[in-house]
Ligand binder design. Structure first.
Ligand code: NZQ
Ligand code: ZN
Length: 386
């Protein structure tokens, strides 16, 4: 096992009826900026619960953060933070609202001239404006990690940022919020969390059987609860396990002491940057061809995953590994998620070269657990996914 440090300071407040705890978790001596998305929270009762819990706080609101949070929208929120002298933020939403809030947390204290540099120059945030979250959509794990992804559609860019200053101070995860999530977003959440686990698991054996079994436990649980949550998102048993799986998939624990990949995400982000395809769907497009391209390097873990998750006991390592990729793709399809780029757009000729250029421009020239996925290889993976 590799050496590691584990630092995950976010306080997790999980369960039914926990949103009222905002009244004590959010400091009363600071002006609070409450951030949210396109309005789902006003329809499902979450907004009312938050406002009630914060009735003794001074709160300013900023709504309208889009799915795949837009840099230009976030700059407007940054103005509000400065004009209103905001001292604390509360993100109420899914990954996009939480990520947008993380960007603002960093930008509010950033001393450079241009906040875009935080993303473009990949400046690690050591200290940010403090914030907490109320999660409304299980998927990204953003509620308990220090990463964020921000989009800039005018330039077809989708960039990652992070740093130890960007953990939420607390996150309230009430699984009853899941009841209003549309099927499409439920499926997205399952596939995103599933892929997060695979990015940290599907590499090569690293003498870390506990991390492997943590990962396999999350994968198995996601497969198990998927039909129930899609059928009835108000099923609390399914919703609570779905929510906790998504958090555990990307809160730092399963990646400690082991190699990680993340090439699927980095390549897939380009599909959102150019076509606006939902994040999880871009992963479902790229993952099968990425694993096929890197088959020789990944086949031992693919075969282990085939045995332990899909109970495939017969066949050679190569046969099991091939079946593992097929079964993964079939799992995505079982959630009505298409796994080819042509299912989403007809306009993909030459796209692989644009991906290669963007990856080069952003310094992502050595992706994957072996750092051997060059922009040219990424372009081949994209072509295999057409
Ligand atoms: O905007 P509103 O009206 O709230 O509607 C949202 C949005 O349209 C809706 N929604 C959220 N909670 C709901 C709900 N609808 C009904 N009931 C509820 N309870 O769902 C839609 C999608 O929301 P969004 O926040 O965009 O989804 P998600 O959580 O999947 O976040 C996606 C973003 O996170 C980034 C992605 O790249 C993408 O930009 N990621 C962030 C990561 C991180 N910080 O660690 C890791 C991930 O790999 C990912 O890259
Ligand atoms: Zn993801």
């Amino acid at each position: 096992m590799r050496n590691f440090e584990l630092y995950v300071p976010t306080k997790m407040i999980f369960g039914k009826g926990q949103i009222e705890k905002l009244s004590t978790e959010v400091p009363k001596d600071k002006k609070v900026l409450m951030l949210y998305g396109g309005g789902s929270i006003k329809k499902n009762g979450v907004y009312d619960q938050v406002v009630t819990a914060l009735k003794d706080h001074t709160v300013v609101e900023f709504g309208g953060i889009e799915a795949n949070p837009e840099y230009t929208t976030l700059l407007k929120a940054l103005d509000v933070i400065k004009k209103e002298d905001i001292g604390y933020m509360l993100a109420v939403g899914g990954g996009s609202v939480i990520d947008g809030t993380k960007f603002l947390s960093s930008a509010a204290l950033y001393e450079g001239d241009n906040p875009w540099d935080i993303l473009a120059k990949r400046i690690r945030t050591l200290k940010g404006l403090p914030f907490g979250t109320v999660l409304t959509l299980p998927a990204t794990g953003s509620e308990m990690n220090s990463g964020a992804v921000v989009s800039r559609s005018e330039t077809n860019e989708k960039m990652v940022m992070g740093g130890p200053g960007l953990f939420p101070e607390f996150s309230i995860c009430d699984p009853t919020v899941v009841h209003s999530i549309p099927k499409r977003q439920l499926a997205n959440g399952i596939v995103d969390a599933y892929t997060h686990v695979l990015e940290q698991y599907m590499t090569y054996p690293a003498d870390a059987p506990l991390q492997d079994r943590f990962s396999e436990g999350i994968l198995q649980t996601l497969i198990e609860i998927a039909p129930a949550i899609i059928k009835d998102p108000s099923d609390y048993k399914a919703a609570s396990n779905f929510m906790w799986c998504c958090t555990m998939a990307l809160n730092g624990y399963i990646q400690k002491g082991v190699p990680t990949d993340w090439s699927v995400h980095m390549i897939a982000h380009e599909l959102t940057a150019f076509y606006g395809i939902d994040h999880a769907r871009t992963l479902a497009v790229i993952l099968p061809s990425a694993y096929t391209k890197k088959f020789e390097q990944k086949k031992e873990k693919l075969a282990q995953y085939a045995e332990r998750i899909f109970n495939i006991k017969e066949g050679t390592i190569d046969e099991k590994a091939t079946e593992a990729i097929n079964r993964t793709e079939n799992f995505f399809k079982s959630l009505d998620i298409d796994t080819r780029l042509r299912d989403y757009t007809n306009d993909y000729e030459g796209f692989s070269q644009k991906v290669a250029k963007n990856l080069t421009d952003h310094g992502m020239t050595a992706l994957g657990e072996h750092q051997d996925i060059t922009p040219e290889i990424a372009a081949e993976i994209v072509e295999m996914a057409y």
